[in-house]
Design a protein. Structure first.
Lengths: 637, 374
């Protein structure tokens, strides 16, 4: 071979190479043993551990949200439905770097800072294996855009979800309420069991019926064991425990009447409230608070810009029917008259001198009648109701005394909740000595009682209370608990459930007094001097009612009320209560219009039109009424 | 000569055809068995993609052709080419540093019509060069000769490190050092080198290694440090292997791989797919095939009658093993994550061709040896 160096020793080199190969092989086998023992450790000794981890990777348990119950009016017209929308959702558990993912997604879709903040608030205290909405109501274009790149964003997915939709928007918002994302406070208020029920639910009833009947509408959560891939896509469903849809709710509400009432208020540009009640049941036929707003804005999370638009002086978010407290003004004169008659303070023949003002003995202060020169030299109770004579009722109130007024008015439901199925209900103020002592730290003066006689002063009522008190008269003394919901229907088993009707029979005493008051109220409408006569001219039925005009600003003794010079917010509130038909009442109405002027000329005509509609027109009307488009797809059941 | 030839022929009558084509049948058998294993695993790891399997098969075919062609040359020819190949490799490495294209934060590619990694050349060029260097020297080498060989090894290693590609540079360095080892370098030098390495490691840590490389090491030491980032690979691959148990979940039934929890399933982490689907039994079978190929390679090297052939053959086969060890060690959590494929099993491009070229050289060593025995 190529031996140039004499010192090269082939034999020695060969044996040395052989030795080195043996060493190399030895090392190779030792290392192979290391590898095998490592696999033995993983696959045999730690098998259980890795087997479990592999199963945990593969299988996840997901909660399945139930379908929310629907809300219908008395005729089965759908008022609150579920509409399918596309949402962009994130399952925190499946993301590697959540903030980064959100940041990346914002490059693809327009997602506002607000939506991000809402999403982050939502996930804070909730299980990481469920998915939460980052952006809802994706357009078709956005859906298409995202579908293409979805695989690049593990943890983010497009979901078709059912979302609440209110086809009648602002017309029913103050009855139905609205939905919104579950917030931290609501979550913290839930017990463990409720929290589990809401595991897959992202929206909760925030107001109105949606809030009051949340537990009935919500339904029972389901669950499924699924095999998912690394991106959380469901490969197959291994087991499924179906969710149970929430119960449907049917209301007493008459959609036509509700819409008519809203429309009438809108036509005259009025702020205020209308409540119509079925005297025979206490069921609420219409409950309007004007202005309203579109609750659908809130369902997917309202933008702060849209929200700011709702914070106007007209206060559309404010539910006047339930939370608004107003001086009842003359509308409570029939009730006061009845208390006076029942208590024997007056008789039908009692006459009071009416010089156009009233004053307490030993006091110079004059309490003026709205008619400056008085109605007649002497007024009795019937004429005083018909003409709404203030002087008579100043005198009557003082004669009855605040204690008996308070107790008597309690019987009509003032100073307490009507019990309507709304959590937001306010009670107003039914003044009493105790009330004044604790609220005002002052004793009760006789002068306070004078103002109570015409429903002014400290006394405030809600439109609901007013309608209810009207129904009590129409009902000959039976006071029902007001109720929006007529029945619950479990769509799964077709079982109906009627809430218990609670009622209270007031101590009527001599029935003649009630009849006398009712007749007077009828003559408010039919009598030649009735304050609501012109409003009800030519009505095809006989109604009974009472007008009211509430001063918003107290005027000085010699001050004249002049709408021209007074700022609009100090204009009188117009009120009217009434029921019809007189003989067999089917509807009792209370109308309150803020700063609208006189009750007889402003509130009474609206009540008239609603009674016309409810008693006559709705049976004549063809199907021509304009219905908003109710989407049929995506509704539950 | 004639006598030897006739005994060889009578002895290897069954392989006479393969013998004439300069193919070592046992080695070929082992390689083809591994290739079949690879195709099964790639089919499963690639989500049952036939296209992927076809592409892998095409690469194998190309590799076999390269192997077959190289086997036709005499080892002497490789020895003649060695300095030229080494020089070209060094030039390319320099070119990469100055003109290379960057991919994943490291410059490894160079564009000369087709894009390729010059470090692939060096996987063969370095052992060839060092074997060439020792071919005519009296062994064991003297101290100066050892230093000379180390310069030959370390030059490309440093250049590749600068790209930077730590994993490849270390493995190429290893392939050169194996030649030095087989050349009979004295044990005391080896011990000395180990000591120097012990000193160098902290220096490397602070001055040479990039943050991503440090991260890999730290994560290797404690995967839970970053369970969703770098540690995710290691955790998921250990879950895959461990959940396979003794018998495996069955072919195509590995949930870790089929549901894509396992990253880089068909490339660097394919061993985890095998562990999950075929269990410990499958792994032992795979390692046995590898052991067979390695033992055969060492056997061939021992048969070599020239210093050059012996040193080269033994170094190539030991390098082959080091790739296996590093990859499996990494996938099963014994070593930090380095981007190395599992030889002959992972789905992948140039590395298959380089590997098959090495087997071609081994076959050449085996089948040409008698011609020089006179």
């Amino acid at each position: 071979m190529y031996k140039r160096q004499a010192i090269k020793d082939v034999g020695r080199e060969t044996s040395m190479f052989f030795a080195r190969c043996i060493v190399a092989l030895l090392i190779v086998f030792i290392l192979l043993l290391v590898l095998i023992s490592r696999q033995f450790k993983l696959q045999v000794l730690d098998y259980e551990k890795y087997q479990t981890q592999s199963e945990n990777n593969r299988i996840s348990i997901q909660s399945v949200a139930p379908v929310r119950g629907l809300i219908y009016d008395r005729d089965g017209k759908l008022l609150a439905q579920n509409r399918s929308i596309f949402t962009l959702e994130i399952t925190p558990e499946q993301t590697r770097d959540l903030p980064k993912l959100v940041q990346e997604l914002r490059k693809v879709l327009s997602i506002s800072d607000e939506q991000v903040l809402k999403f982050l608030e939502q996930i804070k205290f909730r299980p990481k294996f469920n998915s939460y909405v980052l952006k809802s109501n994706l357009t078709e274009e956005e859906v298409a855009k995202f579908s293409v790149v979805q695989h690049m964003y593990p943890g983010a997915s497009l979901e078709a979800r059912l979302e609440r939709y209110y086809p009648y928007k602002d017309e029913l918002v103050h009855v139905l309420g609205r939905m919104g994302a579950i917030n931290v406070e609501e979550l913290e208020a839930m017990d463990e069991e409720t929290r589990l029920r809401y595991a897959a639910t992202s929206k909760i009833g925030k107001l109105g019926l949606e809030r009051y009947y949340e537990s009935i509408l919500h339904g029972e959560v389901g669950s499924q064991r699924v095999e998912t891939d690394v991106r959380g896509r469901i490969i197959r469903v291994l087991e499924r425990d179906e969710p149970v849809a929430g119960m449907d709710i049917h209301l007493y509400l008459d959609l036509g009447l509700q819409r008519k009432a809203t429309q009438l208020m809108k036509e005259v540009g009025a702020r205020g409230s209308i409540v119509a009640v079925d005297p025979a049941t206490g069921g609420v036929l219409a409950m309007v608070s004007q202005p309203g707003y579109d609750p659908n804005l809130f369902t997917g999370g309202i933008s702060s810009e849209d929200y700011r638009k709702l914070l106007t002086p007209e206060r559309p978010l404010y539910n006047r029917a339930v939370q608004g407290t107003y001086s009842p003004a003359s509308t409570i004169k029939p009730h006061l008259a009845w208390i006076g008659l029942k208590e024997g303070v007056i008789t039908p023949d009692t006459k009071v001198r009416d010089p156009g003002w009233f004053s307490l003995p030993n006091n110079d202060r004059r309490y003026r009648d709205w008619k400056r020169w008085g109605h007649a030299p002497y007024m009795d109770v019937v004429d005083s109701i018909i003409e709404s004579c203030d002087t008579f009722f100043y005198d009557l109130a003082v004669r009855i005394g605040i204690d008996r007024i308070h107790d008597g008015m309690m019987q009509f439901g003032f100073g307490q909740k009507t019990g309507i199925d709304m959590e937001e209900e306010k009670i107003g103020i039914l003044p009493s000595r105790e009330w004044k002592r604790s609220a005002r730290k002052e004793p009760w003066y006789n002068g306070d009682t004078v103002n109570i006689g015409i429903g002014q002063g400290y006394w405030t009522v809600t439109p609901l209370q007013l309608a209810n008190a009207t129904a009590v008269l129409a009902n000959d003394g039976i006071r029902y608990q007001l109720q929006l919901v007529r029945e619950f229907v479990d769509g799964n088993i077709h079982e109906q459930n009627v809430p218990v009707m609670a009622y209270h029979q007031i101590e009527v005493g001599d029935g003649r007094w009630l009849d006398l008051v009712k007749e007077s109220m009828r003559d408010v409408i039919t009598g030649t001097k009735g304050t609501a006569r012109s409003a009800f001219q030519g009505a095809e039925y006989i109604a009974a009612g009472k007008t009211g005009t509430a001063q918003v600003k107290s005027l000085g003794e010699e001050e004249e009320y002049d709408a021209e010079t007074l700022a609009e917010k100090f204009h009188d509130n117009a009120l009217f209560i009434g029921y019809a038909p007189y003989e067999s009442p089917q509807i009792a109405i209370a109308v309150v219009m803020e700063n609208a002027g006189g009750g007889g000329s402003n509130a009474a005509p609206i009540a008239r039109k609603l009674m016309d509609y409810y008693l006559i027109e709705q049976y004549q009307e063809s199907e021509e009424t304009t219905e908003p488009e109710v989407e049929t797809n995506g509704t539950a059941q | 000569m004639a006598l030897l030839n006739s005994t060889a022929n009578s002895h290897k009558e069954r392989y006479s055809l393969l013998w004439r084509w300069h193919i070592d049948a046992p080695l070929l058998l082992g390689i083809i068995a591994l290739m079949c294993f690879s195709l099964l695993a790639v089919y499963s790891a690639g989500g049952e993609s036939i296209a992927l399997v076809k592409r892998q098969a095409v690469r194998f075919a190309a590799g076999l052709v390269v192997m077959f062609v190289l086997a036709q040359f005499e080892p002497r020819t490789f020895r003649q080419w060695a300095p030229a190949l080494y020089a070209v490799g060094i030039i390319f490495l320099l070119a990469v540093i100055f003109f290379g294209e960057s991919s994943k934060g490291a410059q490894r590619w160079i564009d000369i019509g087709i894009r390729f990694q010059p470090s692939e050349i060096m996987k063969l060029a370095v052992p060839l060069m060092v074997a060439w260097y020792f071919a005519e020297k009296a062994l064991p080498p003297s101290f100066l000769q050892t230093i000379g060989s180390l310069v030959l090894v370390l030059t490309p290693v440093v250049l590749i490190m600068l790209q930077p590609d730590l994993g490849t540079s270390l493995l190429i360095g290893a392939s050169g050092l194996f030649v030095v080892f087989f050349a009979g370098i004295r044990w005391r030098y080896i011990l000395g080198a180990i000591l120097i390495a012990a000193v160098l490691i902290p220096i490397m840590w602070y001055f040479v290694m990039h943050d991503y490389q440090k991260g890999r090491v730290l994560t290797f030491l404690n995967p839970e440090r970053d369970p969703l980032g770098a540690g995710y690979h290691i955790i998921q691959s250990q879950i895959a292997i461990g959940s396979g148990g003794i018998y495996g979940k069955g072919w195509l039934n590995g949930t870790q791989s089929q549901l894509e929890f396992l990253p880089e399933r068909h490339t660097d982490f394919i061993f985890a797919v095998i562990g999950e689907e075929f269990g410990l039994v499958g792994i032992v079978l795979l390692l046995s095939l590898y052991a067979f190929v390695i033992v055969r390679g060492i056997y061939i090297s021992l048969q070599g009658q020239e210093t050059f052939s012996r040193l080269l053959g033994a170094s190539l086969i030991l390098t082959f093993f080091i790739y296996i060890f590093v990859n499996i060690g990494m996938v099963s959590g014994l070593l930090p994550v380095v981007g190395l494929p599992l030889p002959l099993i992972s789905y992948g491009g140039t590395s298959i061709v380089t590997l098959m070229a090495a087997f071609g050289i081994l076959m050449s060593i085996q089948t040409h040896r008698r011609l020089h025995s006179t």
